[in-house]
Design a binder for this molecule. Structure first.
Ligand code: HEM
Length: 377
């Protein structure tokens, strides 16, 4: 049995980096304090940071590199957006002591050197009780910009969603075998698990409102997830004079929904498809690879049609189970639009036209719903 996905797409980074990184760790420990008073204290601390070497001997395991990516991303994002207004970054260059390790760590992990979902959600947690396994009640957020409960809750909801996806990921993998063996009962079981999984993800998402205030999200948190449209120079790296532009972090960089789209044979089109495909580079390498593998598996029939859809068409007893899955995905996307309306459109009085990922909000999010619905058999 493949145990790779027991935690879904979450991965447990080390809790603290080795002592040579103490200066970084002490900055992220104190971020909420350092960011007060327009962040002058943070700027002073960063300005006198030495250039710390990152290599296989200072970061011996993948879990160290993951923690290093979270830490350097939090410091860089905080630094870039000190006194930032709206989406406008105050600084136009990232200093050498941040830019050089950010590029090296990202490249080691196969990520682009920009703020990605992995830094805020997938690797940004610790076990509350290290003697107990991971469960929805046994993890806490590792890094925070503001120290506010709203920020923790925002990450926790995403983390709980990622964890709740674990059985669905396994069912997607198991279903390939079931189709190959022509085991209709097993196919039905897998479809049911995926439906339940998508429904519970949607239910968890609705809990966002409980402790994350839309106005706090929009006015205080969102800026820290932003990318750079104007461009920022990465001092000390290759092409230091180039203004690098990149999108910010967004749930669009989670692999869950793309996986369920692949499983159900749902193909989005045009600008939406190319935007989503472009986001893959901002997912961890192994998740990208897994999505590619699954895409190849589920597309293996001779006409390059989705093998699940072809199978369901040949065995209509699975049709209701398949359609329930599609319905659950439509419901997820609808609920998600409500979040975007309440957390972005309303607090901005409808002036925000783009997500942190850089998409044209309304069109981008409405199209997938219409398209998904059409895939019912
Ligand atoms: C307050 C909470 C949330 C807000 C404000 C929000 C906002 C957005 C925005 C603006 C986009 C468009 C892409 C961009 O430019 O960033 C997007 C896309 C997306 N988000 Fe969220 N999001 C939230 C929570 C979530 C959660 C909890 C998930 C679950 C993993 C999620 C998954 C997605 C997915 C999969 C897309 C791609 C669109 C699709 O496939 O239908 N989002 N989100």
């Amino acid at each position: 049995m493949d145990s790779r996905w027991d935690l879904g797409f979450l991965s447990k980074a080390v809790e603290r980096l080795p002592s040579s990184f103490d200066r970084w760790e002490s900055i992220v420990d104190d971020l909420p304090i350092l960011l007060k008073d327009s962040g002058k204290q943070l700027r002073d601390k960063v300005d006198c940071l030495p250039l710390i070497t990152v290599d296989e001997s200072s970061l011996p395991t993948k879990q160290h590199w993951q923690r290093a990516y979270c830490v350097i991303t939090f410091i860089s994002q905080a630094y870039k957006f000190i006194e930032g207004q709206g989406d406008a970054a105050l600084c136009t260059s990232l200093p050498r002591q941040l830019a050089v390790p950010l590029v090296a760590i990202s490249s080691h992990l196969g990520l682009s050197p920009s703020p990605c979902y992995a830094a805020f959600v997938l690797w940004n947690w610790h076990l509350k009780n290290p003697n107990e396994p991971l469960s929805k009640d046994n993890f806490k957020v590792a890094l925070s910009f503001t120290g506010k409960e709203d920020e923790d809750w925002f990450y926790l909801i995403h983390m709980r969603i990622e964890l709740a996806a674990a059985p669905g990921i396994k069912a997607v993998v198991d279903c390939i075998e079931a189709i190959k063996k022509d085991d209709q009962q097993e196919v039905m079981r897998c479809l049911k698990i995926v439906t339940d999984c998508i429904s519970s993800i949607t239910d968890i998402m609705k809990e966002m409102y409980q402790e994350c205030n839309p106005s706090v999200f929009y006015n205080m948190l969102r800026v820290f997830f932003s990318g750079s449209k104007e461009g920022i120079q990465y001092v000390g790296t290759e092409d230091p004079d180039t203004l690098r532009t990149y999108p910010g972090a967004s749930g669009v960089q989670s692999s869950i929904i793309p996986l369920f789209d692949i499983f159900l044979g749902i193909e989005l089109e045009g600008g939406t498809k190319s935007f989503l495909d472009g986001m893959r580079i901002r997912m961890p390498l192994e998740h990208r690879q897994f999505l590619t593998d699954m895409k190849n598996e589920y597309k293996k029939d001779e006409f390059s049609h989705s093998i699940l859809r072809t199978y369901v068409q040949l065995h209509p007893c699975n049709k209701d189970a398949y359609n329930s899955c599609v319905t659950a995905l439509v419901a997820f996307r609808q609920e998600h639009i409500d979040l975007v309306t309440n957390y972005i459109s309303k607090p901005s009085n409808d002036t925000a036209t783009e997500g942190t990922g850089g998409s044209a909000l309304k069109i981008f999010l409405t199209k997938p719903i219409e398209k998904t619905e059409k895939f019912k058999l």
